[in-house]
Design a binder for this molecule. Structure first.
Ligand SMILES: [Zn+2]
Length: 146
């Protein structure tokens, strides 16, 4: 287990994790190191402390030890799952061209309550827009994108 190097005036406990970042998304060729033990890390836990002036990028082990009741592995898993869901949503094989207007694309998306909606991305005068239509009740919501 990596050894945490304590830096003068930097607290050794009670940190809070603000967010978890994917280092590969920031820089695929970059090497990120834990700000506490200098181990090379893939998932960056950005931690902060009331008594320390700046945030520190930490690895999973150090974040788990420094943050009170923080499940760093679960936080990483949540980020990975979110990225997987986003990649599946964006997968071009799942999108179909609209019959009336081939410039528009659509696909069905499973909702958390086991429903299904149809998401259509289309061009309008202001740019791209999204239409979400409930399959069963016909509700339609328009969310213009800027
Ligand atoms: Zn570390």
């Amino acid at each position: 287990m990596p050894k945490i190097t304590l830096i003068e005036n930097r607290p050794g406990s009670d940190w809070t994790c603000r967010e978890v970042l994917d280092s590969q998304a920031i820089d695929p060729t970059g090497k990120f190191r834990c700000g506490f033990c200098a181990t090379t890390i893939r998932w960056i836990h950005v931690v902060e402390h009331d008594d320390y002036e700046r945030e520190v990028q930490a690895g999973c082990c150090c974040a788990a030890r420094l943050c009170y009741e923080y499940d760093a592995e679960a936080a990483e898993r949540e980020v990975k799952n979110r990225m997987d869901r986003r990649a599946r949503f964006m997968d071009v094989r799942r999108w179909k061209r609209s019959m009336p207007n081939p410039e528009n694309v659509w696909r069905f998306v499973q909702t958390p309550n086991d429903g299904r909606v149809r998401v259509t991305v289309f061009l309008n005068a202001e740019g791209y827009a999204i239409c979400i239509a409930g399959k069963t009740d016909g509700d339609r919501y328009f969310c213009p994108e800027k």
